[in-house]
Design a protein around this ligand. Sequence first.
Ligand code: FAD
Ligand code: ZN
Length: 474
Amino acid sequence: MSVPEPVLIRLKDAVGEKGLSTDRSEIAPHLEEWRGKYHGHSPILLKPDSAAQVSAALRICHETGTAVVPQGGNTGLVGGQIPFNGEVLLSTRRLNKVRSIDESGMTMTVEAGVTLAEVQHQAAERHLMFPLSLASEGSCSIGGNIATNAGGTHVLRYGMTRALVLGLEVVLPDGTVLDMLRALAKDNSGYDLKQVFIGSEGTLGVITAATLKLFPRPDSSVTALAAVPSPTDAVKLLGAMQAQTGGMLSAFELMPRIALEFVTRHIEGTRDPLDAPSPWYVLIEASGGRHANLEASFEDGLAAAVTAGLVSDAVVASSATQAAALWKLRESISEAQKREGASIKHDIAVPVAAIPAFLAKATQAVCAIVLGARPVNFGHLGDGNIHFNFNAPGAGNDPGFLAQWDEVQQAVHDIVKEFGGSISAEHGIGVMKVGSLPHYKSHEELDAMRALKTTFDPKNILNPGKVIPPVLRL
Ligand code: FAD
Ligand code: ZN
């Protein structure tokens, strides 16, 4: 799609000289996502620096039927932020102000383009905490986190992004500004409209600012890597450690042996901290107040788990540096998997108790399709969310293996459905899974989603083709 000259002139008027670029070299990095999986094209990059500018630009786009793709930090994993059909790209990078921080009320109002790391930093400066934590936090934006309802490693304790947002400012596709920046924990004055935009992946409105919920910063935390014989033992250990610490767990991450091997092979400065290999591991973190006596109850819990046979060995970090080294093992898995060669990935959720049975059945199904596929299934066991990944049988990039992606994905997603699960636990639908959605969501639910889309975006100008599958006519 090209943008006619008169529209370009009006857009330039709306956002000013600094707010619009047609420079190909400036636009280029916005068109490719970090893995190089998706490439787009766009004639115009909009860089508004206020909600008023976003509103003025969208009003013009709405009037002229010009399609727009919102983009934050461009770290999304399902292609939602990429303009595939020459849409105008609207970057939130210049919406980068921290508007206010209320220390005693523990809230912060920031613009959408502020990075997640900056939000965390601003909170920490005040001895508070914003608990959302992702490996992409240095680049991703809070607006993108909200638009994707991002998850990460602390969902077990603090919930998804949705649970951390008190208020939103959103510009609708026709330019209407919805000011819902309320800092209220309780507000039952009608529909909680902000929830519709959280997780809508830029298809219903452009998020320009948010009021976030902050938390007291925990003064003490304990981190351990425990070797467990099986996922069944890991699930039992989760219950036992939650009971033992009075619900103070802030992370519970499952890793298979092969993940640890990939990490120690490819990532500099990492090592296996335990003496003997184990088929599975969990990284456990608990956090609380200075006087919580957390360490003692945590270690008692681990000792009881060893006696019960749930844990074969464990290391408890004795310093922040050691804790960081344990976290590095978990956080480097994606990078190590990449260096090991081609992989087929899924981001699924099933009820926590069903994880062991799901892993057994789905692994068998994949290995029946790809002989020798190497399962690297890891993730947020405490949330029922597994990154159900497989590396090719041999190291390196094997195009034959990747050609089986669709077949493997369908087999996995069908089993997810059997277990009452979700085909996208935290990364969203974007373009990657839009074709699969009709198989895993009812017509009725999809029609309700379409009705919402039509209400907010009757001309379908905002992120068209993402999230909502076209109606199939037989
Ligand atoms: P973008 O990639 O720019 O956009 C993502 C989607 O949101 C697009 O559909 C876009 O149109 C829309 N969007 C962006 N900003 C706005 C806005 N202001 N208003 C309306 N729509 C908007 N995700 C997790 O959930 N958990 C993880 O643990 C996790 N780990 C990751 C690790 C790595 C190394 C990487 C690269 C990614 C990871 N992600 C994870 C995915 C990604 O970081 C998140 O989806 C993140 O929330 C995207 O933020 P962003 O600013 O980069 O958004
Ligand atoms: Zn994850």
